[in-house]
Design a protein around this ligand. Structure first.
Ligand SMILES: [Zn+2]
Length: 254
């Protein structure tokens, strides 16, 4: 029963924070305050009332349109709220009700915010990375989710690897990606940051290939890579050790 309550609380927290992360993701890259003013319709400027700010439900009740001008609201908002809630709720199933849950929730929060900034602006903001880096360092002091040496090596490996790729591909990787990988290495350790790069490339290549074939994207237009990086990172965070064990088992029978 107490666990049931815990899951409910995580689901609600996910919806509320997801809604806040939409604001963070849309405002931080534009250098706007995340506290004031209250959100408004980008089309008619109508300031949203409390009833219009309820995650998911406001979108459903208003049938995805602004109450005043009927302009369609981007489905990205409710999708991100729902995704945050869903990921928050399944975290304890995957890692248990331990202190590390806090690290998992932080990681999911970073995932959601970068998803939004990269999809909307093609930017991985320094401010967001720096904030989360500080947050992870503080968590690391209290929760031993990975050893300090592994964290440091992971950060160096992540940074160095992406820097080399950026150099070799002559600008195919942005500075934001390089810094992001240093952060991911710090949180995941060196093995899982390598796995993240592998998974992100696989996801990016698959989605890019499908997009090209279906005519959604063209070769000249760059596609946001952070959603693939963060999906790979999240998969590595939750399932990485099993994936590596499974890979070694089928490859070398160890
Ligand atoms: Zn409007």
């Amino acid at each position: 029963m107490s666990y049931f309550l815990g899951y409910c609380l995580l689901a609600i927290l996910g919806l509320l924070l997801g809604s806040f992360y939409n604001v963070v993701g849309l405002r931080v890259p534009a250098n706007k305050s995340i506290i004031a003013p209250r959100s408004s319709c980008p089309c008619c400027g109508h300031m949203l009332t409390s009833m219009e700010l309820i995650p998911i439900f406001s979108y459903l009740f208003q049938k995805g349109k602004c109450k005043k001008c009927n302009m369609p609201i981007s489905p990205l908002y409710p999708i991100m709220e729902l995704l945050t809630s869903l990921l928050f709720t399944i975290s304890p199933v995957l890692i248990g009700w331990t202190a590390e849950l806090l690290v998992a929730l932080t990681f999911i929060s970073l995932f959601i915010i970068l998803f939004i900034t990269d999809l909307t602006y093609m930017i991985i903001p320094d401010k967001v990375l720096l904030f989360f880096f500080c947050f992870f360092i503080i968590e690391h002091l209290f929760i031993p989710f990975v050893s300090w040496s592994d964290s440091l090596i992971g950060a160096i490996v992540g940074f160095g690897l992406l820097l080399s790729i950026a150099y070799l591909s002559k600008g195919g990787m942005g500075g934001g990606d390089i810094k992001l990988f240093a952060l991911l290495g710090f949180v995941l350790g060196w093995k899982l940051v390598l796995l993240t790069l592998f998974l992100a490339s696989l996801l990016g290549a698959t989605a890019g290939g499908i997009g090209l074939l279906a005519g959604y994207i063209n070769r000249k237009k760059p596609i946001p890579f952070a959603p693939f990086i963060m999906t790979g990172a999240l998969a590595a965070y939750f399932f990485g050790d099993e994936m590596i064990r499974w890979y070694l088992q089928i490859s070398f029978n160890i």
